[in-house]
Design a protein around this ligand. Structure first.
Ligand code: GTQ
Length: 349
């Protein structure tokens, strides 16, 4: 008779040799990894983190001494999530970077299947040409570069201009659907200024007969003064939400849906002294501070934020927002992609 211990060893040895046998045929036993394959809750490598503008800005200027836009194509410092180093990711699915363009510089025209959005953090008077339309870039403006549309950036002003780039890089990479093409010329021929589309689509009206041809908003430029004015009016007449204060989502004016197919964008105002209730959602979210100072309590950390700082709240990790002074926050996440797949969840309070 074999002892129980011997029998166990035999079973485990038999299994091990079985695993080795099937391993040679690219097969693996699910039961050894089931708890990692199907987890009870989101298990993200994304960590909470805050980048201080006071640190980023001098390094952007130093990068401008070290490399031109001609050579770098895009002079960007990638915001690498500490849990995702080396993967050019700010969350598990999305990319974040801070791009600077110096007076007189041009970042040459190209296009890619990744959707990009810009949120201007510093300066005024730069432009990006999106599909032949010249869009000006001033602090607080939200700008869309749709998938597979040529775009070049320029700065005819006399000050450096910097913005936050958000792209769906890791998401597109996961799907193996990446394409990129360099334009024939450095700059596109400008056909229109962005105020034409602001007139067409930015006044709760649409050109008669307009038919949407894509899942991206026909409006590429959402200037800050309009967004700020809306929040100001809401502030005086609405009660703030217990978690997010006064919050608006950017939309495609022709559908009322999200402005981009993969990324959601928001702007919110937290009144002076606001102490938000705990919130969580499955979309890891990147925040950029436009105005004000406060704190984000997340994952046992207190992220103290001020203007132009960028911070991340990972998927399903409870967090709450506090504002010392009146605060305006821009944010982006992969919420539309999750919703399209019936995956998105949130928990309020
Ligand atoms: O401006 O086209 O931060 O293609 C990363 C990739 C910016 C851009 C980034 C890009 C761009």
């Amino acid at each position: 008779m074999k002892s129980t211990l011997q029998m166990k060893r035999t079973v485990s040895e038999q299994r091990q040799s079985f695993y080795e046998e099937i391993n040679r045929a690219n097969l693996a036993p699910l039961w050894e990894v089931l708890h990692d394959v199907v987890t009870r809750e989101p298990k993200t490598p994304c960590l909470p983190y805050l980048w201080k503008w006071a640190d980023i800005w001098p390094w952007l200027l130093k990068a401008s001494d070290l490399i031109s836009t001609q050579e770098s194509i895009r002079r960007v410092l990638v915001l690498e999530n500490p849990g995702l180093r080396g993967k050019s990711s700010i969350t598990h699915s999305l990319y974040g970077g801070v791009q600077v363009i110096m007076p007189g510089e041009v970042a040459p025209s190209h296009r890619h299947s990744q959707t990009a959005m810009r949120f201007v953090l510093q300066g005024k008077g730069a432009y990006t040409t999106v599909s032949g339309q010249r869009v000006s870039m001033n602090v607080g403006d939200f700008i869309i570069t749709p998938s597979w549309v040529f775009h070049d950036h320029g700065n005819p002003s006399d000050e450096p201009v910097a913005w936050l780039d958000g792209l769906d890089v890791a998401l597109v990479e996961l799907l193996d659907a990446q394409f990129m093409e360099v334009d024939s010329g450095e700059r596109q021929v400008v056909q229109h200024a962005a105020d034409l589309d602001l007139a067409r689509f930015g006044n709760t009206m649409l050109p008669v007969g307009y038919k949407s041809h894509s899942r991206t908003s026909p409006l590429f430029w959402y200037p800050y003064d309009r967004t700020r004015e809306a929040l100001e009016t809401m502030k005086t007449q609405d009660d703030p939400h217990e978690c997010w204060g006064h919050k608006l989502q950017y939309t495609d004016p022709s559908t009322g849906g999200w402005a981009m197919p993969t990324m959601a964008t928001f702007m919110q105002l937290l009144p002076v002294g606001f102490r938000g209730a705990v919130y969580r959602s499955t979309d890891s979210t990147v925040y950029a501070v436009v105005e004000g100072e406060g704190r984000c309590h997340v994952g046992g950390q207190t992220l103290a934020f001020g203007p132009k700082d960028v911070f991340v709240c990972p998927s399903w990790m409870p967090y709450r927002l506090e504002a010392t002074t009146e605060t305006v926050l821009f944010s982006y996440s992969d919420r539309p992609a999750q919703q399209a797949l019936d995956l998105w969840r949130e928990q309020i309070g």
